[in-house]
Design a protein around this ligand. Structure first.
Ligand code: GLA
Length: 648
């Protein structure tokens, strides 16, 4: 049994040495066992090119080790020092409008610039040389939240190299990018540019390839550092913290194979129950990237989350509930940004484990209680999260759906996937978020929300899954384009028309639309023709009055459902209930507001229950409750805001 990790980003360079001893004492008090050190310490470690100052870090590493705290040592390459930018102006990033950014924030570099790559390798080598044998070193944390992109000439040259690798010759590129449209045909590779600011709509395939290129380019940059660190410490795990967002040009599902442990940062930006949903979604996604294995919540906020506009305070108990939700869904612990809230700098109002007021505070006490709770959960490590349902998730489909030419700018891939996830989350049904090309055979139900772009191989594998007896639910605006972001002709939803037994003629974006069943849809509707499927529900009113809205098709041994609008939650929940009926997915009675996750290892099973509601809830479960260390009988009474982990 291994201990779960508990701790966070530790930035001692922001504080005088007198504070460091207090820090370690407080960490011991709270039960902290792992800190991420030095993420943004480049200018403190290398104040001038090639002159290193490791004295302070030596001291901190020793102090932590003496205090029993392990170190996840970071390479500080997400924020080069001012001297670097001054010496290498060509390594400063250029945005799509051609503006070269200046030093003054963080992440201000172009990852394609040779000088940047060289400097990054230099500091990674120096750190590895110095600390390879340090007993506190437990993990390497490469960089921070890979996610920047740039449109400079270095990036243009690297983009062209990548395109040559993908397409081989220009004819193939011209065909894939449909450059015959608007006279964009390329006769020489040098003519190709990154998608910079232009007059009107951008070529969608060029924009999509640029995202793909950046994902691969950043991955190369990660690999360079990984190789250096590995050569010094073959046995120390290496990771980087994945950040999640529509702007991020990193395909985490593809990167996951390159890290020893998938790690994510998670900052739900919602004040209400949306934050709990987002937490569960982010955690399920991380587990998907990790291929079902355990992963690590590398960062979350100890207190208030700042969504860029305002802070959302975490009420008492909420930090514990979010952390437990992550752990229940496979995280090997809970870490935070950051240990001590900064007194200055751009993120001084970001909450810390030790808040501005000091350790004599509600927040610190809750953290210490949580730290004491964690060892009781160690037996969860190694067990698997149970999930009969898979929802497909694909970064490239998301990027493709961020294009500027779509039939509605309200089409939102993330929202479509989250809406699907929400239905199962609310019902306490385990869901894996998996890649469209994944082996689906172990799932009783597969949901494909808004998968605008899908490859032929993935579409074929989904069809085989249904043919073999699987149950499938596809939602509107799926299967529309191939990997080149070109329309699949012959009727939407192209890639899935046959398995769904429908042929869609036209799209009808709407504000809202009624259904014969009384349910409601919004945003979108489609002119659906039946081509083998049965209509389960029909549009009521409007231009599509009487036409099929929801369909069901028997295909091979399985069943494939299609819903051609964005159902409102109540109707969506009802549909999911209907779809699950024949699928064998087990449904349980769960009080509203209670989150449930089941884990299993051989004959042992655990049920994690978290009551996000404001009233006590009764759940039909019995066994040994790990947090209290007592036997519990059914029905288990779960206090408002309370949690339980029951071993059956
Ligand atoms: C991210 C970063 C941290 C910090 C936090 C809070 O996750 O990795 O450095 O900026 O967000 O904003």
């Amino acid at each position: 049994m291994t201990d779960l990790y508990f701790g966070g980003d530790y930035n001692p360079e922001q504080w005088p040495p007198e504070v460091w001893k207090d820090d370690v004492a407080l960490m011991r008090q709270a039960g902290v066992n792992l800190v991420t050190l030095g993420v943004f310490a480049w200018s403190s470690l290398e104040p001038e090119p090639g002159r290193y100052e490791f004295g302070w870090l030596d001291q901190v590493m020793d102090l932590l080790h003496d205090g029993g705290v392990q170190v996840d040592l970071a390479t500080p390459t997400a924020s080069p020092p001012p001297w670097f930018s001054l010496r290498h102006p060509d390594a400063l990033p250029v945005n799509a409008s051609g503006v070269r950014l200046t030093h003054g924030s963080r992440d201000t570099y172009c990852a394609c610039a040779p000088a940047y790559r060289e400097a990054a390798a230099g500091i990674a080598t120096a750190l590895a040389e110095r600390y390879a044998k340090h007993p506190a070193l437990a993990m390497w944390h490469v960089h921070n939240e890979y996610g920047t992109s740039c449109h400079c000439d270095h990036a243009a040259a690297a983009f062209r190299r990548w395109l040559r690798g993908r397409y081989g010759d220009l004819d193939r590129l011209n065909a894939a990018w449909t450059t015959a449209f608007w006279s964009q045909g390329y006769a020489d590779w040098e003519e190709i540019q990154p998608p910079r600011a232009t007059q009107y709509l951008v070529n969608p395939t060029q924009a999509l390839d640029f995202r793909r290129f950046w994902s691969d380019e950043l991955l190369d940059a990660f690999r360079e550092q990984k190789a250096i660190l590995r050569s010094f410490t073959p046995d120390v795990p290496i990771t980087t913290n994945f950040v999640f967002g529509g702007w991020v040009p990193v395909n985490q599902a593809r990167w996951a194979a390159e890290v020893d442990l998938v790690a994510i940062d998670h900052y739900p930006g919602s004040a209400d129950l949306g934050a709990e949903e987002q937490t569960a979604f982010g955690a399920d996604l991380a587990r998907g990237w990790a291929g079902g294995r355990s992963w690590l919540l590398m960062e979350q906020a100890a207190g208030a989350v700042n969504d860029g506009h305002r802070m959302h305070a975490k009420e008492p108990g909420r930090m514990t509930r979010h952390s437990l939700s992550h752990i229940a869904r496979g995280s090997r612990g809970a870490l935070f940004f950051q240990w001590r809230a900064s007194r200055g700098g751009a993120e001084m109002f970001h909450s810390g484990m030790v808040p501005h007021v000091g350790a004599d505070s509600r927040r610190f006490r809750e953290l210490a209680e949580f730290g004491a709770m964690l060892p009781r959960l160690a037996e969860l490590e190694g067990s698997e999260v149970e999930a009969d349902v898979a929802i497909l998730w694909d970064a490239e489909a998301w990027w493709a759906l961020q294009a500027t030419h779509l039939p509605s700018s309200d089409l939102d891939y993330l929202a479509a996937v989250q809406a699907a996830h929400r239905q199962f989350w609310a019902a306490g049904i385990g869901v894996d978020l998996v890649d469209p090309g994944a082996d689906l055979s172990s799932y009783k139900l597969v949901v494909v929300p808004g998968l605008y772009l899908v490859s032929d191989q993935a579409a074929a594998s989904i069809a085989r899954y249904v043919e073999g007896g699987g149950h499938l639910l596809v939602t509107y605006f799926s299967g529309i384009v191939n990997e080149d972001a070109q329309i699949r002709l012959g009727g939407y939803p192209g890639a899935f028309s046959e398995v769904l037994g429908v042929r869609v003629e036209e799209f009808h974006p709407v504000a809202a639309v009624g259904l014969a069943s009384g349910g409601r849809g919004r945003l979108w509707s489609e002119h659906v023709n039946l081509a083998g499927a049965d209509a389960v529900d029909r549009y009521a009113g409007g231009v599509l009055d009487g036409m099929p809205a929801i369909t069901r098709n028997a295909y091979g041994e399985g069943v494939a459902w299609y819903v051609s609008t964005q159902l409102e939650d109540e109707a969506y929940g009802a549909l999911v209930g209907q779809v699950m009926q024949g699928s064998g997915v087990e449904r349980i009675e769960l009080p509203a507001g209670v989150e449930m996750v089941r884990r299993r290892a051989g004959e042992s099973a655990w049920t994690v229950l978290i009551n996000h509601g404001e009233v006590e809830a009764a759940v039909l479960v019995s066994g040994f409750e790990l947090l209290s260390g007592t036997a519990v009988e059914s029905p288990l009474k779960l206090a408002a805001g309370g949690q339980a982990v029951v071993r059956a």
